[in-house]
Write a protein that binds this ligand. Structure first.
Ligand code: ATP
Length: 439
């Protein structure tokens, strides 16, 4: 018999169906047994009249909550049933996989254990509806991104994650043995994105893993995350990159709102607001002035940069002034940007770069890149880099590479913002941090 989903029971009244799912609860009464079965489309009540078949009733009593079960039965209307006024009258039960008892924790219990414990038992935690919705939304987010890219003639790229040299400073690199030498896990596809510009691809994107040996324990950092990267040729400045990114994000938000807006409201309590374009833009020099005016002091060691508190304060200002949840902070000092960001004007201390702050959280860094080999080499030297390991990269720009720019966005950070999650560990399938390599 073909499987029927719980969500389709209404169309099957009077028929015998097969359901496959998890036993969420069993109410074992004197005469009746009620099994609440959960599948990805919802919950169904399955009823068994015990005197019909004592042997079956005894078997049901032995099935622990969260077991994977297969039942067949007749779908009937029953107005007193809370789950859609429909009930399945049990005919057969197969236990596909009996759950041991006790469970590590009850994903449907009234209180949940601490996050770290839930991460230990992530597959139990992921059974919660809030998590299944999260990953349905994340799937749509990526699909919508691809739809937009595809309308705009972008090419998808998969760059290697094993490299021989760092793309930025070496501080955040994981190294590993690569036969008789050292290799590194990429901390960003930056160089390979730009190589695609030298290859004449003009517009590319990549969704792939990024590794950072960053020993930080914040609620927004991971040692491995999914990066969403874009690079575009023939631009005039970072403004063109921002213009692309805001429209692309607007499209993604609209798709999410149309398809999951109601469910997100119900389960996450979040109203998806499709952002208006253009997003506000504030040059960093002005942002620093605004923060000062608002009495916010950027920590001394962050000179030229912003700390997370500063990001939140600027976001609050933008919300008050423009009623907008997004803001591009632009024109960052070269001292806090990588060597490949183009200067605002020749020898300017500022760069053609931006960060995108969403609901107070940094989700993107973007920039126009320096595509003139001689200036690029000069900027690398100024940052104290050795040219030899990055010469292959500088060479990209020696044989006809158009002006270009792009951005990198952390997928998990976007999910945090979209669904108002306060910890990145809740917004990824499996979290990787300095002290977490399992499961
Ligand atoms: P941060 O200042 O928050 O550490 P960053 O400046 O190092 O971030 P970039 O190197 O510019 O970030 O990376 C681009 C984007 O990738 C960031 O805007 C963010 O969305 C995401 N990202 C960066 N580091 C991490 C991380 N450790 N974990 C998860 N996402 C990250």
């Amino acid at each position: 018999m073909e499987r029927t989903y719980v969500g389709d029971l209404k169309e099957n009244i009077g028929k015998t169906v097969k359901l496959e799912g998890w036993l969420q609860t069993l109410r074992d009464q004197k005469k009746m047994q009620f099994l609440i079965l959960r599948d990805p489309t919802g919950l169904a009540q399955v009823a068994n009249f015990k005197p019909n078949d004592e042997e079956l009733a005894a078997r049901i009593s032995q099935v622990n909550p969260e077991s994977a079960i297969i039942v067949t039965g007749k779908v009937v209307e029953n107005p007193v049933v809370k789950l859609g006024g429909i009930e399945v009258q049990l005919e057969t039960l197969t236990v596909d996989n009996l759950a041991e008892s006790p469970l590590p924790f009850d994903p449907f219990g009234e209180t949940l254990p601490m996050l770290d414990y839930r991460l230990d038992w992530r597959y139990m935690d992921l059974r919660r509806p809030i998590n299944s919705l999260l990953f349905k939304v994340e799937t749509l987010v990526q699909q919508a991104m691809r739809e937009y890219w595809s309308q705009k003639h972008f090419v998808e790229m998969h760059s290697p994650k094993l490299t021989s040299s760092p793309s930025e400073s070496g501080a955040e690199l994981f190294s590993l043995d690569y036969f008789d030498r050292k290799a590194y896990l990429t901390q960003s596809p930056q160089f390979y994105k730009q190589m695609a510009m030298a290859a004449g691809f003009e517009r590319i994107f990549e969704i792939g893993p990024v590794f950072r040996a960053d020993p930080s324990f914040t609620a927004r950092h991971m040692t491995e995350f999914t990066g969403v990267d874009v690079e575009i040729s023939w631009i005039d400045s970072h403004e063109d990159v921002m213009e692309f990114q805001e429209r692309w994000l607007q499209y993604v938000y609209q798709r999410v709102k149309d398809e999951y807006g109601d469910e997100i409201k119900e389960i996450f309590g979040v109203d998806i607001v499709v952002p208006e374009v253009p997003f506000p833009r504030i040059p960093m020099a002005e942002a620093v002035r605004i923060l000062k005016e608002r009495g916010y002091t950027i920590p001394a060691e962050k000179k030229g940069d912003l700390d997370p508190g500063g990001e939140r304060e600027i976001a609050a200002y933008v919300k008050e002034k423009f009623n907008h949840d997004f803001v591009f902070l632009t024109d960052w000092p070269a001292t806090v940007r990588p060597f490949y960001h183009m200067r605002l004007a020749p020898d300017s201390p500022l760069t053609r770069s931006y960060d995108l702050i969403a609901n107070g959280l940094e989700i993107t860094t973007g920039a126009q890149r320096e595509h003139r080999a001689d200036i690029l080499a000069k900027q690398a030297l100024e940052k104290g880099l050795h040219l030899e390991p990055i010469q292959y990269y500088i060479d990209f720009f020696r044989y006809g590479c158009p002006s270009h720019g792009g951005f990198g966005l952390g997928l998990a950070r976007l999910m945090m913002v979209l669904l108002n999650l306060n910890n990145i560990r809740e917004s990824v399938y499996i979290f990787r941090g300095p002290t977490r390599l399992n499961p």
